[in-house]
Design a protein around this ligand. Structure first.
Ligand code: GLP
Length: 249
């Protein structure tokens, strides 16, 4: 299902409301969370909404999608740092319920397995929030990642390193590897919301719409999911065919 809004503000309000509705309906919910500039206004809106109407977060559990290898939680470009800055520092989710892949794990393979196992042990993700990379990656699952992958190490593509270079002082500082939940972990979520905004997502959203389910375009795996919402602003939706716009509600 597509949801298309005129502005990023409306996209963020809708997405924040969906997340909060899930938590209110199920205070023990397990959420899969994402990072990236797309999520900043979403999390800001969530904080605003919670300030106005407090929600019980004491039983909530979260798992983040991904993390750079080699960056500590204190590194301003680590996803751990991002999550605390934009969300967790302002919320009272118990620390033991918050999970992020460890970019400094000494045994990364074991840490990856443990991460997918921990998600499963919680009964899986109730709702996974996703952004999308300009090459169609979800989490850090780059093109050609197996759709049955679990949490694993990835070598970042040149495109992704260039895209994400904007957050670093120097392109050479962008890590070459990351840990990401696998596509299977994502597909196992009961509900998925993919959010894309702005003109740098126009092309990929048109490609995704037209694409078959194909490992060359990781986000196309989502087309087999039974409860997927794609939330776009007008810019990201600009090249979608009439057919998609008509079915959008
Ligand atoms: C990164 C993250 C993805 C995110 C993507 C898009 O590569 N690993 O999870 O979806 O960037 O980010 P942005 O929202 O900044 O465009």
């Amino acid at each position: 299902m597509y949801k298309i809004f005129d502005t990023v503000d409306e996209v963020s309000r809708y997405t924040a409301q969906r997340l909060l509705a899930k938590i209110k309906a199920a205070p023990t919910a397990v959420l899969g969370l994402a990072t990236g500039s797309t999520m900043e206004p979403v999390y800001a809106q969530m904080l605003k909404d919670i300030q106005q109407a407090p929600v019980d977060l004491s039983k909530l559990t979260t798992f983040n999608l991904d993390e750079y290898i080699g960056l500590s939680a204190q590194h301003p470009q680590s996803y751990n740092y991002y999550m605390y800055q934009h969300l967790f520092n302002q919320l009272n989710i118990p620390a033991r319920n918050v999970h992020l892949p460890d970019g400094l794990a000494s045994d990364v393979e074991t840490a990856c397995q443990a991460y997918s196992n921990a998600i499963e042990a919680m009964g899986g993700l109730d709702l996974q929030l996703l952004g999308i990379g300009s090459n169609g990656h979800i989490g850090f699952n780059e093109p050609q990642t197996c759709f049955n992958s679990r949490t694993h190490i990835v070598e970042l593509s040149e495109q992704t390193r260039i895209d994400n270079g904007r957050f670093f002082d120097d392109q050479n500082e962008v890590p070459t590897h990351a840990i990401t939940m696998g596509i299977q972990d994502i597909l196992n979520a009961k509900e998925i919301i993919l959010v894309a905004t702005g003109s740098n997502k126009t092309e990929i959203m048109a490609q995704l719409f037209a694409s078959a389910i194909d490992e060359a375009l990781p986000a196309s795996a989502l087309k087999q999911h039974k409860n997927l919402t794609i939330v776009l602003d007008r810019e990201a939706a600009a090249l979608l065919p009439e057919q998609a716009l008509k079915s959008a509600v």
